[in-house]
Design a protein around this ligand. Structure first.
Ligand SMILES: O=C(O)[C@H](O)[C@@H](O)[C@H](O)[C@H](O)COP(=O)(O)O
Length: 256
């Protein structure tokens, strides 16, 4: 199988979440068989959380040795730890709090009431990435990185024409004026995201169609950040029919 970007189309959001959840569970089993451990980067957003809820509801959920899985995030809203807006809180409620994952395997970004200075919070997460990195590397190799996509084509908290999407040296950036509320966010940078073996983008709804179509048609990633998402081995767009209306026919994988 080539590393060409693939688009898998599903009839609706529910089928999309269920399909991605099933694929996540089987792929994680394969990764654990191959490597003995897995690093997964989660995303915020309604589709990202819907996938986690579907994983939690799967009968196959408990076939995995979750003690070997580490969970990270691609981005986080810089709000209080208990805020309902936090990606970590939403992921814990959707899945993580229902799994026998050792607490030390869950790596959330710092919250604003833990480290009030957002620049320091970014440095703390960069240090956490470094602490779990292979020798000589600055961050772990993520086996699967989930990304949602905004109507403007943003991924994680990397937004069009903002400094964050252009950053190639730092592993974590600060976004202070996110066009998507809340305004203050922390995000992994594109090089870190793209060092993932697999990037799985999950998007639904007609409001995503334009960004997806532009990205697949070769738009600049500084203008349409999702255009710059490319895993080392696989880049798969899991979409519903509404989000797929502008996708070139030749990129749509046969439905299965
Ligand atoms: O913290 C966040 O808000 C997410 O990381 C963000 O990148 C999200 O994934 C997209 O905005 C898509 O969100 P929806 O799936 O809700 O459209």
């Amino acid at each position: 199988m080539t590393n060409e970007r693939r688009v898998l189309v599903h009839p609706d959001k529910e089928a999309l979440a269920a399909s991605v959840a099933a694929r996540f569970l089987t792929k994680t089993i394969d990764i654990l068989d191959d490597l003995g451990a897995a690093n997964i980067a989660l995303t915020g957003g309604t589709m990202g959380i819907a996938v986690l809820e579907a994983v939690n509801g799967s009968p196959a959920r408990d076939t995995i040795d979750w003690s070997k899985v580490h969970f990270w995030w691609g981005d986080e809203r810089f709000v209080e730890k208990s805020s309902e807006e936090r990606n970590e809180r939403q992921a814990r409620e959707a899945l993580l709090d229902h799994l026998p994952v050792p607490p030390e395997n869950i790596h959330p970004f710092p919250a604003s009431d833990e480290i009030p200075d957002i620049e320091e919070a970014a440095s703390v997460y960069a240090a956490e990435l470094q602490a779990f990195a292979p020798e000589g590397q600055a961050f772990p190799k993520f086996d699967i990185t989930f990304l949602g996509v905004g109507p403007d084509g943003h991924i994680a908290s990397l937004f069009p024409d903002r400094a964050g999407i252009r950053e190639t040296e730092a592993t974590v950036i600060v976004e202070r004026e996110s066009p998507k509320p809340p305004p203050q966010r922390l995000s992994l940078t594109r090089p870190v995201l793209n060092a993932s073996d697999r990037i799985w983008l999950v998007l639904s709804g007609s409001d995503k169609a334009s960004a997806l179509g532009l990205a697949l048609a070769g738009a600049s990633y500084t203008e349409v950040p999702v255009a710059g998402a490319k895993g080392r081995k696989r880049t798969v767009f899991f979409v519903d029919k509404d989000a797929a209306v502008d996708v070139p026919e030749n990129l749509i994988a046969p439905s299965y």
